[in-house]
Design a protein around this ligand. Structure first.
Ligand SMILES: [Fe+2]
Ligand SMILES: [Fe+2]
Length: 248
């Protein structure tokens, strides 16, 4: 598990997320397929279902999210928040397009539906901004372990480069979302709900894509330990508004 406090972000109250997202936009990943080997039938059947699902999950237009972000900005006098969120959604869509390029290259079809993604979308629409962010950040924390496992699953330089980029982008996303939860203020009971949501979700994802995790060196215990470790850090940011090292 990677420590979020190691990220070069500093004081969260001063951090310019829009500048960061804009800078990322200029240096998007160019996927190199020049040395890409063909997938074996076994590799294809191993990775396809989960890649299809995560590609779909990364592709959200964020309509509800942007709507709630605007409402929050209006009532909390945080005028930059909707634009920050717009850049965030754009970055997620880049993730979807990386996976789509990989799928196109290997002729893996796009999924119309995926069970975990359908559940995530449903949960995100249950409440307001807070629920959306809690569900999103839970998915992002699980995605960190998924992309680490996926990178180890097959001998694919292109996929390894995509997974590296995902980790590079998703770690700051977790900080960004957790700090928004800090600004939204929470009830102590909501912390328990976050733990419960993580435990249920990581278990569902494990059972859906166990073979990928196992091929990537993950047991259920390692997945749980990583996910709950990230959650602990996220809750610390939510409670304190800082990335303090001593809280790790
Ligand atoms: Fe993403
Ligand atoms: Fe993300």
């Amino acid at each position: 598990m990677i420590s979020l406090s190691a990220l070069p972000i500093g004081d969260l109250s001063q951090f310019d997320w829009i500048a960061r997202f804009k800078a990322n936009q200029v240096h998007r990943l160019q996927i190199d397929f020049s040395t890409e080997p063909e997938l074996t039938p076994l590799e294809r059947s191993l990775i396809s279902p989960s890649i299809q699902s995560f590609q779909k999950g990364e592709a959200s237009e964020g309509r509800f999210l942007l709507h709630h972000a605007k409402q929050y900005a209006d009532r909390s006098h945080d005028p930059n928040y909707p634009e920050t969120m717009k850049w965030f959604v754009l970055e997620e869509n880049w993730h979807s397009s990386y996976l789509k390029k990989y799928m196109d290259y290997h002729q893996i079809p796009v999924a119309r539906h995926s069970f975990p993604d359908d559940i995530f979308r449903l949960l995100r629409k249950i409440g307001g901004l807070r629920s959306e962010i809690v569900v999103l950040v839970t998915a992002e924390m699980i995605a960190l372990s998924y992309y680490r496992a996926l990178a180890e699953c097959v001998d694919s330089p292109a996929l390894k480069s995509i997974c590296r980029q995902m980790l590079k982008d998703e770690l700051p996303h977790i900080v960004f979302q957790s700090y928004t939860l800090y600004k939204l203020k929470s009830h102590p009971l909501q912390k328990l709900l976050r733990i419960l949501l993580m435990e249920v979700t990581m278990t569902v994802v494990w059972f859906c894509y166990k073979k990928v995790f196992q091929a990537g060196g993950y047991s259920y215990c390692r997945l749980a330990s990583d996910c709950l470790g990230y959650l602990k850090q996220s809750i610390q940011i939510e409670e304190t508004g800082t990335l303090s090292q001593k809280n790790q």
